[in-house]
Design a binder for this molecule. Structure first.
Ligand code: PHB
Length: 371
């Protein structure tokens, strides 16, 4: 074939949103979709000069259905870009499918270390965090407060195991000792027996990971079990998007995350105002991650003038970019994970008030990533 100047693609870009619309993470899926769409609306409905069209699948946070669900988007709908999801087990299936099909994937929440570790790829990106990041920051923060012993508690699956592992790495490095590791299967919420074990172990502090509906119940049960005298720490998911429902039971909980209330920057203030106006609800970390997934797609599409087939140029643009996020500016590592500040937050009233930076410009070690 004779080489000819390639025409820029026209027409709509099909974005496949694979998010939970049901189950314990349903509200998280809604926030991600809202945030993503807010950025697209702000750009006049177009990214990289091309109109955006959405196709949606409810993944139910069910890893057993993940391959079938992502294949609906890839094979039935022939989407140009995959956006998803919340649950690490489901997102790992999406990463596998993206690797095999070559489709672009931007993960707007799931922390599974593998996605920007052993499963990393030139077409796979994350706008959120690796599980290791907020876990590690929490371990440093707890040790800095002078606590020497801790009990950990989580759902037993990739995200929980990895946040605990990150926590443990930093806590032990700083002289702390984990006296008991507790867990229950996802998405169970029968915490009573485990809370009895926490009380019996008498640790100086507790570190936990739960999110969405499960986090609401855990924080309420922790208080009801009379455990508030033992300081409760967690990755920020424990109290993000959940404070309305947790009420006074959450007050004083200390968490680490790449977003917080009270940042009071022009970018965050403008984002919050626009989000509340559009959706009549407050944004949370999930909304920010959705918004930034759209910003990242926009950066890649601007560099390729809307051509998703130009994967090397797409990736090069993101690796060189600084994303002006409501969380604060961040860059993207070689493994395609955000390099970002981890805030220390304390629940006060209905806010995850920022009280400091637990870990500055924290970069995931990307263990096992070869690209
Ligand atoms: C995950 O499965 O990676 C996950 C789910 C919910 C969160 C955070 C991480 O809030």
């Amino acid at each position: 074939m004779t080489p000819v100047a390639q025409a820029q693609p026209t027409g709509k870009i099909k974005v496949g949103l694979m998010l939970p619309a049901t189950g314990t993470f349903a509200a998280l899926g809604t926030a991600i979709e809202n945030g993503f769409k807010l950025h697209v609306i702000e750009q006049g409905g177009k990214l990289g000069g091309r109109e955006i069209e959405f196709v949606k699948v409810d993944d139910e946070s069910d890893a057993a259905k993940a391959m079938d669900n992502v294949n609906k988007l890839i094979k039935r709908d022939n989407v140009d870009v995959l956006i998803g999801t919340v649950h690490s087990g489901v997102a790992m299936a999406m990463a596998k499918a993206a690797k095999e099909s070559g489709k672009l994937l931007i993960v707007p929440n799931a922390g599974a270390d593998a996605i920007t570790g052993p499963m990393c790829g030139p077409n796979i990106f994350r706008s959120s965090f690796s599980s290791w990041q907020p876990g590690y920051a929490a371990g440093e923060a707890m040790a800095k407060k002078g606590h020497k012993t801790a009990v950990t508690i989580t759902w037993k699956y990739a995200a929980g195991d990895e946040m605990v592992r990150g926590f443990k790495e930093a806590f032990e490095k700083n002289g702390g000792k984990i006296v008991k590791e507790l867990n229950l299967p996802f998405p169970n919420v029968e915490f009573q027996a485990l809370l009895t074990e926490v009380a019996a172990a008498k640790p100086e502090a507790v570190f936990g990971f739960f999110a969405g509906g499960g986090a609401v119940k855990f924080v309420k049960d922790y208080a009801a079990a009379g455990l508030k005298k033992i300081p409760l720490y967690g990755t920020g998911f424990l109290t993000d998007g959940t404070l309305e429902a947790q009420g006074a039971d959450a007050v004083g909980v200390l968490t680490t995350l790449h977003y917080a209330d009270g940042l009071n920057t022009p970018k965050d203030n403008a984002f919050r105002l626009a989000y509340v106006k559009a959706y009549k609800m407050q944004p949370d970390v999930y909304a920010v991650q959705g918004y930034d997934a759209a910003q990242m797609l926009g950066v890649g599409l601007a560099a390729t003038r809307g051509d998703v087939a130009k994967k090397a140029e797409f990736a090069a643009a993101l690796r060189a970019a600084t994303i002006d996020s409501p969380r604060g500016k961040f860059t993207i590592s070689k493994a395609h994970n955000p390099v970002q500040d981890m805030y220390l937050r304390e629940v006060s009233g209905k806010e995850n008030k920022v009280v400091g930076i637990a870990s500055k410009a924290l970069s995931d070690p990307a263990r096992g990533c070869r690209m």
